[in-house]
Design a protein around this ligand. Structure first.
Ligand SMILES: [Zn+2]
Length: 280
């Protein structure tokens, strides 16, 4: 019973973070596009700083309408003030992050109920690392999926704090983290460099280069190859499926960030032998 309550608590905590992720997913790319003079939405405004105002009509949003999942459901997917559509993305992201927090806690249960209520320091550090890492990768993936960009305001701070995170993490080493940044960023930078040499233009964004550097920094250098294998295999399969379904040409653009993130998260949660276990 106690365990069930903790899992429920983790879902609620995750959905609150998911609610914040929805703000990031809207505001970060909106700001980047607005700064570049490319923000095209005539309806939705980029509201700096103010989280509790409607982005269509700027009416204040009462606190009770910021409850994850429940508010959207009660409102039937429309804003209360001006009845404009509220994307299904909001409750979906809130539920997804809630579910991910439950998974992370399941993997790193840092609360002990028996014999007394206790927090395990080692496991709580692992939980914090895994929750923050998953949160940031999911945010990058959704932004990349929607806008074909991986924001520097997420990837660069992730790279900068990675060695510190590794220092405090019970299973990670600072050198593994530093090599992870170098190898992760280096491999994709080299791929891009060679592609440019042959084709004359960039093959992928430098957002991917920085994202894989961040992944290497947060998981260690050992994670780079498994992450790249999963990302390439799943990315190619989905890319080919999209070409077949939509009968588009081969210039179809598929963002790589979500696949890099999927590869990193599978490696992290399932383990280094993910592909081996699939074929044995
Ligand atoms: Zn409104």
């Amino acid at each position: 019973m106690g365990d069930l309550l903790i899992f429920l608590g983790m879902f609620v905590l995750g959905s609150l973070f998911g609610s914040y992720m929805n703000v990031m997913i809207f505001r970060i790319p909106a700001q980047i596009l607005a700064d570049a003079g490319l923000w095209e939405s005539q309806d939705e405004k980029v509201i700096r700083g103010n989280r509790s105002a409607c982005r269509y009509c700027e009416a204040p949003i009462p606190g009770w309408l910021n409850i994850p999942i429940i508010s959207w459901t009660l409102l039937g997917g429309k804003t209360q003030c001006c009845k404009k559509p509220l994307s299904l993305q909001y409750p979906l992201v809130e539920a997804l992050v809630g579910f991910v927090f439950v998974l992370v806690y399941w993997k790193f249960p840092f609360i002990e109920l028996v014999p007394t209520l206790d927090i395990v320091p080692r496991t709580s550090l692992q939980f914090l690392h895994a929750a923050a890492f998953s949160f940031l990768l999911i945010a990058c993936s959704i932004i990349d999926y929607k806008h074909f960009l991986i924001p520097d305001v997420i990837s660069i701070p992730m790279i900068l704090v990675a060695p510190i995170v590794a220092y405090f993490h019970p299973n990670l080493g600072v050198y593994d983290s530093l090599f992870g940044i170098l190898v992760g960023g280096g491999i994709l930078w080299l791929v891009n460099f060679l592609y440019k040499l042959v084709k004359g233009h960039d093959g992928m964004g430098f957002g991917d280069v920085k994202l894989l550097a961040a992944i290497g920094g947060w998981l260690g250098v050992q994670a780079i190859i498994p992450t790249l294998i999963t990302a390439s295999v799943v990315g190619s399969v989905i890319g080919i499926m999209l070409i077949l379904i939509q009968k588009r040409d081969y210039k179809l653009e598929v963002p790589f960030g979500p696949f890099l993130s999927l590869g990193a998260l599978l490696h992290f949660f399932v383990g280094p032998d993910f592909w081996v276990s699939l074929f044995s």
